[in-house]
Write a protein that binds this ligand. Structure first.
Ligand code: DP6
Length: 361
């Protein structure tokens, strides 16, 4: 599909009012997106596990208004007005208006809440932008009832990408790939696709325990971090490496070779942070506890041969990845060795999930 496919024809209906609700999960990248071109085009392809319980639920109520000159919306976060989120939403609406031209015809009330504790340091932009995009697509499908399911999902992912790149990987499950890659059929820079190759069943129930190391605001946002890949001395090699890691991952995912999976995933996480440390200006998002946890994981793996590994996103929290079959011993390891490094002892259990769902209202 090309950008043109996302421009709608004339709408068949214009309902006066209504309300839609969608729940969209977060995701955790195995091969990371870091570096982009305008507008929200990734410098390299990425792939992620869709999560299950870390999710955002968003309702959008819409009411036809008399004029259609300006955007008009109210925003509620966990039941309370949240004016500081409004500029980000406004920028998003301006960016996507061309593709969903009904936006100025309605006043919207957007109500959103997260399943994970707010200020947990878990980025909610992926699940949040995905949930909002699905609500807008649901409204579009009421205006254009002949919209088919494939286009609905691809366009929801396309819109979400324009809000936050990684959000385009939060529409479907279980593994989603985003970014054009010559060896991945139907891959696109414009939206995420369900991973089209064979995947061993071990990955279908993979667990992700998120160890909350630092819950405060990050010193450097992802948006700034992406920009710092322009003119970065190692950028070209890094982008090439991500393309090649996606090739390598194909055989790993098909065979369920956890030793190779662990090597690739941990290397990706550390490379992401190496890019941050070698940007100009340089920065470090890991905290001492992040390194303590990584060292303990390595030691535990060496001693017990349990196939547990870590990945990181653009922050200090550690995602502990492991197959469901070793859950019991990993729980014990977390309790005995890792909880002490978490802020207020907090962590969140999650697992690979099936993608976003519509909530009947
Ligand atoms: C490190 O999707 O948050 O989590 O497109 O600027 O909103 P924007 O960036 P964002 O970047 C995510 C970066 C990452 C890696 C990944 O999820 O692939």
């Amino acid at each position: 599909m090309t950008e043109k496919d996302f421009l709608p024809g004339a709408y068949q209906k214009m309902p006066k009012h209504g309300k839609v609700t969608w729940k969209a999960p977060s995701n955790i990248a195995l091969v990371k997106y870091w570096g982009k071109k305008p507008v929200q085009i990734p410098a390299n392809p990425s792939i992620s596990f869709t999560l299950d319980s870390c999710a955002t639920t968003t309702s959008v109520s819409f009411e036809k208004k008399a004029d259609s000159e300006l955007f008009s919306f109210d925003l509620l976060f966990e039941g309370k007005p949240k004016d500081d989120f409004k500029p980000k939403i406004l920028t998003f609406l301006e960016r996507i208006e061309k593709y969903v031209p009904f936006l100025k015809a309605y006043h919207f009330t957007i109500e959103t809440s997260n399943s994970f504790p707010h200020s947990s340091g878990i980025a909610s932009s992926a699940s949040g932008m995905a949930a909002l995009s699905l609500c807008l697509m649901d409204i579009e499908s009421q205006l254009n009832p002949s919209l088919d399911n494939g286009l609905f999902n691809a366009k929801a992912s396309f819109l979400a990408r324009l809000g936050s790149g990684s959000a385009c990987r939060s529409i479907k499950g279980n593994l989603v790939q985003w970014g054009m890659h010559k060896n991945i059929p139907n891959s696109s820079d414009l939206y995420g696709i369900e991973y089209p190759f064979e995947v061993d069943s071990v990955f279908m129930s993979y667990c992700d325990t998120i160890l909350l190391v630092h819950k405060g605001q990050k010193q450097v946002s992802s948006t700034v971090g992406h920009q710092l890949m322009h003119g970065h001395p190692y950028a070209e090699n890094r982008f090439r490496q991500a393309f090649s890691n996606l090739d390598t991952l194909k055989a790993i995912l098909a065979s369920g070779n956890l030793e190779e999976f662990i090597k690739l995933v941990e290397s990706e996480a550390l490379t992401l942070h190496a890019m941050m440390m070698t940007s100009m200006p340089y920065f470090i998002l890991m905290k001492p506890a992040t390194l303590e946890i990584i060292n303990k994981i390595w030691q535990y793996r060496e001693e017990t041969k349990t196939p547990v590994c870590f990945t990181l996103d653009a922050g200090a929290n550690v995602h502990l990845l492991y197959p469901a079959s070793v859950k019991e011993e990993v729980m014990e390891f977390i309790q005995n060795e890792l909880v002490e490094h978490c802020e207020n002892g907090q962590y969140i259990h999650d697992r690979v999930g099936m993608g976003a769902t519509k909530i009947k209202g």
